[in-house]
Design a protein around this ligand. Structure first.
Ligand SMILES: [Zn+2]
Length: 222
């Protein structure tokens, strides 16, 4: 079963491999493919046995900050797990679920109570490095989660207030964060799987943060 696939809980940027559409399709069809590293990937090749592979062509541009919800939804459908053989330079598909479906199934089977609770005081001070990349809380996320159990969109923002500088995007169900994607400039810096859960007390504390920021509405090519 896919949900028992043992995957790391944190993927650094170089272990998230964007593939061209044809290569991604052949990986899906054949179950394996040669990994042709782009020049920027060759400088820092994947180091993990299990990597996240992403169909780059699912979006024209992966900007994240302009259409965060659309990028996050596309990422959940366009990413899946693969085993990477560094010596042979080969990828082999691991499991048959896309990331979003895998996370749902993993969440159903998870011992939710065992997940760490987000440290609100640390988030407010930009000190929650381990689970939130040192980002500050985003108002829309806190407000949405105070009125319902689910949220998909921007969750953390750089202290400079510029979402394109450093931002974090979360998918939350039942007050459990299933996925947290951290973007530095326009590149993925980290992807975290089931990193934390949130309680009503955490949300109350976050809503009172002096550092709680809105997510600025920005357009490409300002
Ligand atoms: Zn910044």
């Amino acid at each position: 079963m896919d949900r028992y696939l043992a995957v790391p809980s944190v993927f650094d940027g170089h272990n998230v491999v964007f593939l061209e559409g044809a290569q991604y399709s052949s990986l899906l069809a054949e179950g394996a493919c040669q990994l042709v590293l782009q020049p920027e990937q060759a400088r820092k090749p994947p180091t993990s046995h299990i990597v996240l592979v992403v169909d780059r062509t699912k979006r024209d541009h992966w900007f994240w900050e302009f259409e965060p919800r659309a990028d996050l939804e596309a990422f959940l459908q366009a990413a899946r797990f693969a085993e990477y053989d560094l010596a042979a330079g080969r990828l082999r598909l691991a499991g048959d679920l896309a990331l979003g479906a895998w996370l749902e199934s993993r969440y159903q089977a998870a011992d939710v109570a065992a997940l760490p609770v987000l440290d609100a005081a640390a988030v407010c001070r930009g000190r929650e490095e381990e689970r939130l990349g040192g980002l500050y809380p985003v108002r829309n996320a806190v407000v949405a989660l105070q009125s319902g159990p689910s949220y998909l969109g921007p969750f953390g923002i750089c202290g400079c207030g510029e979402p394109g500088c450093h931002g974090g995007y979360a998918w939350v169900e039942g007050k459990v964060c299933l996925l947290f994607v951290e973007i530095l400039s326009v590149g993925i810096c980290q992807v975290r799987i089931l990193p934390f859960r949130i309680t009503r007390e955490v949300l109350n504390e976050l809503s009172l943060c002096e550092t709680l920021s809105p997510w600025p509405t920005v357009q490409p090519g300002r």
